[in-house]
Design a protein around this ligand. Sequence first.
Ligand code: FE2
Length: 373
Amino acid sequence: MAKAVVDFWPPTLRAKYHLDDLVDPDIAKSNERNTKCPARENITTKLPKGWPLSLQSPLAWSTNSFHEESEHTYILSPLEIAEIDAALSRVKESRIDFDDIKKSTFVLPTLGASLQTLSHRVHNGCGFVVVRERIRLKIELIPPLVFPKYHHFDFEPVVHVTDAKWTGVNASERRPIFSNQAQPFHADIFCGVLGLYHLEEARSGGDTLLASSWTVYNELAATRPDIIHTLTQNDWVHDTFGCNPPYYQQPLLYNHAGKIILNFARRVLKGAPMTARSRDIRPMTEAQAEALDAVHFCALKHSLKVDMRSGDMCFVNNLAIMHSRSAFEDDEPHTRYVLRVWLNNPDLGWQMPPRLQLFWDRTFAPLDEVTDY
Ligand SMILES: [Fe+2]
């Protein structure tokens, strides 16, 4: 029996964002137009109109910008850990659902103000922070791992990231987050703030690297403005891996409300070893492939390896900071296990262009018609 094709967009969002108008219906025409690499002599030497020559901000950091770990790492005090334990006890006694845990039900009299300061740093400072000291969240408060065999997309705010050998699913059918393979620089689609809670470390590898998109912008704007143009075009084909529609198009780089926003994941653009790109959608152009690689290698050049220990939480401004992971190996007592949490701060979160607002809605706005992808 033929497998049913899943709609990628819920009906409410299809209507709200006029999504049926945005899919390029003529693949042959698009192929003809887009597979032609621009002649080198025609490449532009100017930035798109209205885009900044350079971004001056604490967000525009590089590998050697930090002199002390305390500039990006916050160590919880015994008093603050006691506050977390007390709040956990209250939640358990009140039998509050995971979804109902919020400021008013998880009261942190002292730590709350410190977390607010850290959130400012994530949104308006260097764009990330590590919170350290074995935060012992009780595992029963965390939604259990549900491992979907053919799980190509997820909009779940909490996802387990581990080499899921124990599921019995062949490695070739597992997404990168359920493997031990390296992941190149990318942002997640979609959240304002990415939380990475390291429950356990691997025997070797599994390093988390961060890089500032604003630094990458500055370097490319100064040296390859044509790549900035390429990144801003609305013709990047994003694979939906067999859903309906088979792909959608949008830029990777935005200039909105005074912020430069880079939001892309290579997997939906190029496929990955474990999730091959759909064969019947338009291929990436040479200029796009070059731009993607330029972003990756520029990010690597300016990257920071974040010292993440078991129990640490890292919070990252997903609109301005890219992340990557090195390959890793587990053994019996050391199994790398990370909880990926997608967060949104309604007070400090950046304004988003409509295309990213669509993904914000898909992730955070309650939609009754959404089941599972
Ligand atoms: Fe990611």
